[in-house]
Design a protein around this ligand. Structure first.
Ligand SMILES: Nc1ncnc2c1ncn2[C@@H]1O[C@H](COP(=O)(O)OP(=O)(O)O)[C@@H](O)[C@H]1O
Ligand SMILES: [Mg+2]
Length: 361
């Protein structure tokens, strides 16, 4: 898949701008705070329907304006596709080929991207939230079923949690089994799909990590909870765990078991990365996971996603930078940096300079 162009209207610090991208390497350069990440974010938004940095879409709207508009045209194996998003203060409208789509799942998967930035170290160093977010986003981009199950699960979970805060215990006892049944159904789908995904991801990430470190380090990824069996068995196990944790959940006021609590263990040379690895190791590990994500997308979707590397080149040492560039050779990449020559070492690319939310020649 190749993104051909991107138009931003009142998006972040852009008033009106159109970017034209090449099939290979595209380098956005400019000083700090000029709009490089904003551009990358817009691409990501069209791929995932969500922003990287914020919870509320309204922050995407250029200050003082009423709505933001993003539009991109991509060439996919199915032909040409145009995606659009108009973001208002409290709602948004999504478009595929000019037609309004009301469900996010119909928007996702039309354009795929993998995003990597220095913030991605959180994937390795922070708590489980970041790793679940990673799994959820990357699996959702290629699996409609997963995305649907996740949205339903989240909705039921919210309702169950509200119920747990209810004072009428008779009501709670009567209603809870109904929610639990539903919750276990969607949870088992999520768990099963994550299990399959993680199996593929771990093998590919280990290989990428070994490549980037010249065989010097061994990365390993594994689920922190192992669920055996098929969907039905997983659902049953969850159902009994949910009922077993009923008293505790009531005390806590939230649901303490389920895929919203699961984690991925990441180890480098056998030691837990969260506790022991250096920043450099964490960066390489996160990058390896992203490169693995690219490969999985390519296999599942039958075409490669766009790889967005936001501000990461300058943080890698020269050998790793060169290795990375050689590795991503066949992909469409959008790379942002403050100093292009130092990153590229003469590699051919489409260079775009950005200043104050405008492309400058
Ligand atoms: N909603 C917004 N309206 C106007 N300007 C914004 C908005 N959101 C961010 N900005 C501006 O965008 C700039 C940051 O752009 P960014 O793409 O992160 O920079 P960089 O080029 O360093 O990646 C900042 O100057 C910030 O004030
Ligand atoms: Mg930036």
């Amino acid at each position: 898949m190749v993104i051909k162009n991107l138009t931003l209207h009142n998006f972040r610090n852009y008033a009106d701008e159109t970017f034209f991208f090449d099939e290979g390497l595209n380098v956005l350069s400019g000083r700090n705070a000029q709009g490089k990440t904003n551009c990358a974010e817009a691409v990501f938004y069209l791929c995932t329907g969500s922003s990287l940095r914020i919870r509320h879409d309204r922050q995407l709207i250029r200050r003082g304006e009423d709505c933001a508009m993003i539009r991109a045209e991509a060439k996919t194996k199915f032909g040409s596709v145009t995606l659009g998003a108009t973001v208002f203060e409290n709602r948004r409208e999504l478009f595929v080929n000019g037609n309004r789509v009301t469900r996010t799942v119909d928007f996702l998967g039309n354009m795929n991207s993998v995003f990597f930035s220095p913030g991605e170290l959180r994937l390795i160093l922070d708590g489980p939230d970041e790793r679940r977010r990673f799994l959820n986003l990357s699996i959702s981009q290629t699996s409609r079923d997963y995305c649907t199950a996740l949205l339903r699960y989240q909705r039921i979970l919210d309702q169950r949690n509200n119920l747990l805060k209810e004072h009428d215990l008779t009501l709670v006892r009567e209603t809870l089994p109904v929610w639990d049944e539903q919750l276990a159904k969607y949870a088992s789908r999520i768990i099963l799909r994550r299990r399959e995904y993680l199996k593929e991801l771990s093998a590919l990430a280990e290989e990428a990590h070994s490549f980037l470190t010249d065989g010097g380090e061994k990365l390993s990824l594994s689920a922190d909870r192992v669920y055996l069996g098929e969907e039905g068995e997983i659902a049953e196990r969850l159902l009994s765990e949910l009922s077993a944790s009923y008293e505790r959940d009531l005390r806590l006021g939230f649901t303490s078991v389920g895929p919203h609590r699961d984690d991925v263990r990441i180890a480098i040379d056998g030691a837990d990365a969260r506790g022991y690895c250096s920043q450099g190791q964490a960066r390489t590990a996160a990058l390896s996971m992203k490169l693995a994500e690219v490969e999985i997308f390519t296999r599942l979707a039958g075409e490669a996603p766009v790889l967005i590397l936001d501000d990461v080149m300058s943080e890698l040492d020269l050998p790793r930078r060169k290795k990375l560039l050689s590795r991503v050779g066949g992909l469409q990449c959008i790379v942002t940096c403050t100093h292009a020559p130092r990153v590229l070492y003469g590699t051919a690319c489409n260079k775009i300079n950005i200043r104050e939310g405008k492309i400058v020649p």
